[in-house]
Every structure is written in structure tokens, then in C-alpha cells.
Ligand binder design. Sequence first.
Ligand code: NDP
Ligand code: 2IT
Length: 451
Amino acid sequence: MSIIQDVIASAQEKDIGQPEFLQAVQEVLTSLEPTVQKHPDFVKAKIYHRIIVPDRAILFRVPWVDDQGEVQINRGFRVQFNNAIGPYKGGLRFHPSVNISIIKFLGFEQIFKNSLTTLPMGGAKGGSDFDPKGKSDGEVMRFCQAFMRELYRHIGPDTDVPAGDIGVGAREIGYLYGYYMRIVNRNESVLTGKGLEYGGSLVRPEATGYGAVYFAAEMLATRKQEISGKVAAISGSGNVAQYTIEKLLQMGARPITLSDSNGTIVDEAGIDREKFEYILDLKNYRRGRMSEYAEKYKVPFYANQCVWDVIREQNLKIDLAFPSAHENEINGENARAMVKNGCFCVSEGANMPSNLDAVHEFLSSGVLYGPGKAANAGGVAVSGLEMSQNAMRLSWSREEVDQRLQRIMHNIHQSALEASEAYGCKGNYVVGANIAGFTKVAKSMLAYGIV
Ligand code: NDP
Ligand code: 2IT
């Protein structure tokens, strides 16, 4: 048995009941196979075995009181996976589906993503099975305070710096940060995604979506193509999807789909600037549903169907895909239909939105396929820039941050492409991103000895 197969088998034996985590381990480790020959020192120090076990995983009780005066209990998580190259860094997700498998897969992916950004950040993820949907502001605030009542003792500006993810946006970060400050009596850079008035960075809200489009543009340029004039499918309608749409519009593409957990809208005329402004208001302030968009603009709404099912069933022609909702939203069948309908470039705004079958389909069909850890790294990269600005006690202009973001996305693309070439599979960004992200972390772990 190869060492890689041995590591995957050990995870399958020990991490039973964690399908998303095992999927991520399989994807990453399989693509690291070519590094084994080149690095007998990694093998000897058991780096491959060590990297799949988190430094620590914290599970805690979050009790809070709802508007009816009833006590509610949620589970809270923070998995601090690896801090070899910098303080733990990664988002918090509030969604009913959150469990240890989801948080471990996200924390594991974050190690390699953060390494690719070239900024000094380790990998972590956290969250809760709390569902912010349908809760009052007061309930969300009380939940965030209860969550921070435990989390605060595990984080710090040089220890672990959380941020947002699904269900955690500007409102939640404000409540979490306010309560942290109250407890520790220090105003310090312990969270990113903060409001501009209290230490946030310009372009952080836009960064993940913009970055996914910059990454797609880099991939297209390798085939002398550009974003302008292309038809794009986007899933989700949250933070990442919204700013993917905005950047696509700025670059002259025609975005035609969006979704939420209730269904998908298809707007063949294109989601234009005015409709984009409507979506921002609908989702971020009124916390409404995409079905309202369908009613307002008289376009089809496919209830309880995801974007990729709709593309398959309606034979929708698309050039570009930006899955920006959640893990495993694209299966093999959908991937085949996307390719058949003309899709030749996939840039993942979400984390692990394509299952292993879909990834195989994209790679074997010659699709330009940018895996999440490379394509959506713009969000955490600008989080890193927020930490730098906080440390220097200054704020950069919008142009300055956006230029740095573009440079980082360009460099991530380059290093993934170069690693794929060096290991004999040029243009395979899965192998390239995993190897480029892993090597830096592995070398650091090696330098530290057995710790
Ligand atoms: P938001 O909470 O802002 O939006 C999430 C969107 O996805 C919503 O439209 C939501 O619909 C939909 N969605 C979430 N879960 C499900 C589900 N189980 N079934 C159907 N629809 C679902 O989150 P973000 O936009 O921040 O995150 C989207 C993805 O991007 C995630 O995979 C996240 O990990 C990833 N990501 C986010 C980054 C960031 O900076 N925010 C950075 C890098 C990656 P509904 O409102 O109905 O729940
Ligand atoms: O998945 C991700 O990279 C994020 N949710 C952003 C993490 C961060 O620390 O900004």
C-alpha cells in the first residue's frame, strides 16, 4: 500500500461518520501522491499522517434565550487545524447542517488555501448548528454573545482570527466582536470582516466573489479567452454570489442564474446592475427570498431545485459556472450536463461545491476547473490584508486593496499552474493548488521537528 493510501485508510478507520472530511482528505491526499517520491524527508517525519489530524478541535455548549423566553441550546465548534505558517485563520459558519465533519473539512481545506495566498495564516474553521434564518435581531445578538462567551478564550490576534462564512456576515461579526471586546477589554484584530468604522477593510465584503472572477479570467487567459461576452451561471445568492455577479457585470459577462435553499431563478435577459442592487437590498437588508426576484422581474422560478439540476433539465446553455452556495451542490450527472451545454470554465466560489465524480468529469473533459481553495481564496486573502492594516493602524484605499487582491489571485493561479506543470499534469489546478499549498506548510512542519 502506498503511503498516501495508508493515510487515507487510517482516516477512513478513525474518522468514521465524517463523510465531508473524508472526501476532502481523499481529494487532497490523492493529488499529493507525486510529492512522495520527491520528499522522502516528509515521509520519514510522517508529515502526510500528521497533516490530517487537527492541532485541536473544540466543541462547546451555546445556551441562549429566545424571544419567547425559552432556553435554546446549540453546539459550537472551533477546529484549529494547523498553525505552521501563521495564526489559525478561517471563518465561522452558522447553519443547521453544521457538524464536526463539515467543520473539519472546511478547516482542512483552509490550511492549503491560506498557504496559497502567500500570507502568514494557518488553517481553522468554526461555527454552530444555529440557524439565523427567521430569527429576530435580538435573538441573533444573544446567540452571538453566548457563542463568544466560550470562544473568546480560544482566540486572539496572534492565536486564532475567525471571520464570516455561511450565515455569518457583517451583523454577526459586529455582535461577536462587540462582546469579545467587552470581555477582554481590548480593541484588537481578533476577527476580520469587521465594519469599516471599527477596523474593517475596504473590499473585504466583495473579495471572495471578485477573486473568483479574477481567477476565472486568469484561467481563460491561458486559452486566450476573456470574461466579456460570456454567459455565466451562479448558484447561491449570499455574499459570494452577490459580488461574483457585480464583478461579472463590470467585466462584461451576462449572469443568468441565482438560487437559495428554496429554489433557482433563471433570467436569460441577464441580471443587470439595477437587478443586482435589488438583490443586495432583498438579501442583505430585507432578508427575503429569490422567489421574490422571480415575481418582480417575471422570470421562471424552479422551486426546490438547485442551479445545476435546472441547467441539466432545461438544457440551459452556459459558458462559465460559479458555484457559490455550499459543498457537494454539483454531482457527476450535473457536471456532464454542464459540459454538454457548453460550460468550459468552472471557478468555485464555494468550498468543495463539486463532488469527486463532478471533479473527475470536469478534469477529464478539459474544462478549466478552479477548485475552491484556489478560486475563492480572495476572501481570506483580504482578511489577511485586514489584519495587516490593523497591525499598522491604518487603512488602505479601495484601489490599493483591490490591486493587492488582483495580484494575489494572479500569483495563486501562477503557482498552481507552475506546480501542475512541474509535476507533469499542466493545467490540472486541483493537483497544482494542493501541491503548492501543501509544500510550504509541510516544509515548515519539518523545520519544527516532532511537535
Ligand atoms: P451566505 O450565507 O452569504 O450565502 C449562502 C448562500 O447559499 C445563500 O443563498 C443560501 O441560501 C445558500 N445555501 C447555503 N446552504 C445551502 C443549502 N444547504 N442548500 C441550499 N442553499 C444553501 O454565505 P457565503 O456567500 O459567504 O458562502 C457561500 C459559500 O462560499 C460557502 O461554501 C462558503 O464556505 C464559501 N466561501 C465564503 C467566503 C466568504 O468570504 N464569505 C470565502 C470563501 C468561501 P439560503 O439563504 O436559503 O440559506
Ligand atoms: O472559506 C473561507 O475562506 C472563508 N469563509 C473566509 C475566511 C476568512 O478568514 O476570511
